[in-house]
Design a protein around this ligand. Sequence first.
Ligand code: UTP
Length: 296
Amino acid sequence: MRNKVTKAVFPVAGLGTRFLPATKSVPKEIMTLVDRPLVQYAIDEARAAGIKEFIFITSRGKSALEDYFDQSPILEQELRKKGKLDILEDLKSTNMESGAIAYMRQHKALGLGHAVWCARRLIGDEPFAVMLPDDVISAEKPCLQQMVEAYEETGGNMVAAMEVPYDKASSYGILDVKDDMGAMVSVKGMVEKPNVEDAPSNLAVIGRYILDPAVLRNLNKKQTGAGGEIQLTDAIAQEIDATGVYGYRFRGQRFDCGSKAGFLQATVAFGLARDDLKDDLRGFLDSVMQIENAAE
Ligand code: UTP
């Protein structure tokens, strides 16, 4: 029987430069998609997958993120008094149990691998998940839950994967596929941000991982890779011939909310998926498109 995956690491210590000046004072993960911060979507997905312990790797200027998970007794009291019970329920669903959430500081942004390594003592010797909240995935069955189910069969290390246009491969970790079994692929190589002409495929790693603790030991070496950063991809690649690495083509739509275009697309898609917003939003989008088309 495999160890259950009950811990997840959320590396949120990056500088968020693509969203400056907003990220001067607002952590990227607190930016709002419709009416919830990005991080709430990741937490909900983690809970659905059976995660019980949430480990945030933070940095200077992220205190709004820590505050977000606190209870807000005055607000709750007011909502109760005003009979706004549906909003109250929604609000309470964002509370974290005491002890379920931990914050660890990454003192310098040395890379995603280094951020994950900062959680090593809280992880110990068990498999764990890593989730990047700026990859928002809309799916009938939440992405991490799909992966946990697949991982029960394979063990080893599993990364979420999706095909991207070849000319975008240099923005991702790319998999060199050994056996393609449909939803699942076994991996014989991984390369972080390859030059387009060197990319072994167009199957890219997306921000969901289930990892063996051996990856943390690989990170102990603190080797730098692409961009001079300590890369998680490199530490996972070292497990290909040891504990094994699999790519998992999840079912769902991924939005890159770390980029402006992706964030806008997600806002529209999530707005259109909401019963209380879709009619107004669709009407607005239609009128904008008509004006655009008339202007051409
Ligand atoms: P990104 O490459 O998106 O970097 O990091 P970023 O700083 O968040 O954003 P830009 O590119 O400057 O706009 C991917 C994930 O890894 C985390 C980030 O917080 C993000 O969730 N990360 C990256 C760390 O936690 N620490 C690091 O040293 C680097």
